[in-house]
Design a protein around this ligand. Structure first.
Ligand code: PAF
Length: 289
């Protein structure tokens, strides 16, 4: 694997590469969730590029940019073991040169959920991902469903801006107790880590409410499903729910209105919660595939 930190040098190397190229964009501090994306990219492409860039424009004031965990040597070893071809880790001033002022905004899909909680976040994500797409020119780009709104925003951006690539969204990778893998899990205390699986438990409880009860009863409302999540999370005193959403997967608008049934269009139930200082997100898809 070649580590590349200079974008001019990378552009030269990219011109010489042929065959399908798979991109896995990361902010480092890799875990099994990232490595699952890398393995899928390896299986489906001739060349695999992983980018490692802690993107300042997607962090709001007071968020954890400075404290975001970084360990290039560790990440490098993990990627080498997976047979990645290139690790692209440019410095901030090459990605955002002095005078930078051009941003990508995916309007409606960025508005709710994480977009409402973290103003400007998805503009930062869409901008850097558009830049990474230009820099690496992938045939396929791999993202995790754990960041469900991010996946929707990137998919829309790729379509709207005519990026000639496939956005591949891979299932969330979970610990044995259901906790979605995330670089932020490392901030949890022992007690918070023990409490954290309640988030997935709450999402599953809501999904189970939709399926059995809807069959013979004319369905359940989105608000009933939100209540199931609220009540389940409330059982765990260390977890504080920030929001719960039951939204149509295609628009991420709340699915209020007629009762939901297992035959409703695809839905995403998602939440954000704090355990101590650590903010975690998770989601579950219903009616997909
Ligand atoms: O999911 C992430 O790690 C980041 O949001 C991404 C897609 C690498 C953009 O900085």
């Amino acid at each position: 694997m070649e580590l590349m930190t200079n974008l001019d040098r990378w552009r030269e190397v990219r011109r010489g590469l042929s065959g399908p190229l798979g991109l896995v964009a990361t902010m480092g501090w890799l875990h099994e969730g990232h490595l699952t994306l890398v393995r899928r990219a390896k299986a489906e492409n001739r060349v695999v590029v992983v980018t490692l860039f802690v993107n300042p424009t997607q962090f709001g004031p007071g968020e954890d940019l400075a404290a975001y965990p970084r360990d290039l040597d560790r990440d490098r070893r993990l990627l080498e073991a997976e047979g990645v071809d290139f690790l692209l880790a440019p410095p901030v001033d090459q990605v955002y040169p002095p005078g930078f002022q051009t941003y990508v905004t995916v309007t409606a899909l960025s508005r709710n959920l994480e977009g409402a909680a973290r103003p400007g976040h998805f503009q930062g994500v869409a901008t850097v991902v558009a830049k990474l797409f230009h820099l690496t020119r992938p045939d396929r780009a791999y993202f995790g469903q754990k960041d469900g709104q991010q996946a929707a925003v990137i998919r829309r951006m790729a379509l709207d801006l005519d990026f000639p690539l496939e956005v591949v969204v891979c299932p969330t990778v979970r610990e044995a107790d259901g906790l979605a893998m995330s670089s932020r899990n490392m901030y949890l205390s022992v007690a918070e880590r023990q409490a954290a699986p309640v988030l997935h438990k709450a999402l599953r409880a809501a999904a189970h409410t939709l399926f059995p009860s809807a069959a013979g009863s004319g369905g359940v409302t989105a608000e009933t499903l939100r209540d199931v999540v609220r009540q389940t999370v409330a059982e765990q005193p260390l977890a504080r729910l920030e929001y719960v959403s039951v939204a149509w997967l295609d628009s991420l608008e709340e699915a209020d209105g007629p009762a939901l049934t297992p035959d409703s269009p695809p839905l995403m139930i998602s939440l954000a919660a704090r355990l101590g200082q650590t903010r975690l997100i998770d989601n579950i898809l219903l009616g997909v595939g």
